[in-house]
Ligand binder design. Structure first.
Ligand code: PLP
Length: 389
């Protein structure tokens, strides 16, 4: 295989690998005409909940709806405050505002780019108590769950895990992400580590009452006798997506492994060139690049994105250089959430320096399972040659 091009994602290569199994699964749904609800969806909910070790799985239309439904199930609305990291995908926070509640933005731990108890406490100190906390397992690495669980219990906050990027990841105590908070929200957006052939999402919970409420809310709030005691929405995973996801779930452990192997190769190559790790200054480094921290077992990073940090003044020109070398890269996220025009509060903009620096320095490199080791070497070599001038 030639090294280039190196796309950021390669869904075509993944499809080619599993085409026959996917076609059979889709044909089965067509033959039975179980397009909405039905055994494929129920079967997949159970498969995924068992895979992650959670009591219940409630599938829905997207990861965004998984977050929205979790907030709805807690009755979050006007007058409530919800803590959200300032550095994540837009919908981590937009769902809060959509329900008329107030977003309380928290800055990040500079080393991990996740929000920990220290950052939550400082946001609470600034803005007062909150009804819920959304913890994001950014890029496929777990947020510090032990301390976030302690804090949310102490302060009576509902803990919602945004695990959209982190299926198969484990936290510091080795537990699967999305299973220890009150709700664990996952996305099956096509480029996710477990991606559907369209939109999809699921909420995991260990609480049967919450699970029941979520089931009703995703289906117009309908009760057993056709009455609608809850004001729900229409957000259901369809049968074809459930059938495809059930096929893909069988391959997930191998795909996770390949992502981890590519990340280890990047780490080794970057370390050999004198790059740094985590957060900090770039000046003393032989290669002015900082690679992600390696997880300490039993924690497990699933590398939805492999994100390096480079000096802000080089980030966009490095990206242009890599594009010219046929290497796909991504910016997650160029604008922190507290500065998004549709999310920012009234008055002077909040200053959250860690999130603001991350937005200028982060660059995602290709790490998908269909990549070759030769391609990883090629990417690092092009980064080296950019800085060699
Ligand atoms: C961290 C995070 N939260 C939420 C979402 C929303 O998921 P979806 O695109 O399935 O609505 C995504 C996906 O893009 C995400 O990365």
């Amino acid at each position: 295989m030639t090294a280039r091009p190196v796309p950021l994602f390669d869904l075509g290569a993944q499809h080619a690998e599993i085409e026959t199994q996917v076609s059979e699964a889709v044909a089965r749904v067509m033959a039975r005409q179980d397009f909405v609800r039905g055994p494929e969806v129920e079967g997949f909910e159970k498969l995924l909940a068992d895979y992650c070790g959670a009591g219940h799985g409630v599938a829905c239309g997207s990861g965004t709806d998984a977050l929205l439904l979790s907030l709805m199930a807690e009755g979050i609305g006007p007058g409530d405050r919800v803590i959200c990291p300032a550095f994540s995908f837009f919908s981590t926070a937009s769902v809060v505002k959509r329900l008329g509640a107030e977003i309380v933005f928290a800055d990040l731990d500079p080393k991990t780019l996740c929000v920990g108890a220290e950052q939550v406490e400082s946001a609470l100190g600034r803005d007062g108590p909150a009804a819920a906390l959304i913890a994001v397992h950014l890029f496929g690495a777990s947020a510090p769950m032990d301390e976030l669980l302690d804090l949310s219990r102490k302060d009576g906050m509902t803990l919602i895990e945004d695990a959209a990027q982190a299926i198969d990841a484990r936290d510091d105590s080795g537990q699967p992400v999305g299973t220890r908070g009150d709700y664990g929200c996952f996305s099956f957006y096509p480029t996710k580590n477990l991606g559907a052939y369209g939109d999809g999402g699921i909420i995991l919970t260990n609480d049967p009452e919450r699970s029941e409420r979520l089931r009703r809310l995703r289906d117009h709030g309908e009760g057993p006798a056709g009455e609608h005691p809850l004001l729900g929405i229409n957000s259901r995973l369809d049968g074809m997506q459930a059938a495809i996801l059930s096929v893909k779930l069988r391959h997930l452990p191998r795909w996770t492994n390949l992502r981890q192997t590519h990340a280890a190769t990047y780490n080794k190559c970057l370390d050999d060139l004198g790059a740094g790790v985590g957060a900090g200054r770039f000046e003393a480094l032989d290669l002015p690049v900082r690679r992600p921290l390696s997880p300490v077992a039993p924690a497990r990073h699933v590398y939805h994105h492999y994100v390096v940090r480079v000096p802000a003044e080089h980030r966009d020109s490095l990206r242009t250089y890599l594009t010219a070398a046929q290497i796909g890269t991504g910016l997650y996220y160029p604008v922190p959430l507290h500065l998004q025009p549709s999310l920012a509060g009234q008055g002077a903009p909040l200053k959250l320096p860690v999130a603001e620096a991350a937005a200028k320095e982060c660059l995602a490199l290709p790490v998908h399972p269909s990549l070759s080791t030769e391609q990883v070497h090629y990417v690092v070599d092009e980064i080296r040659s950019y800085f060699a001038g």
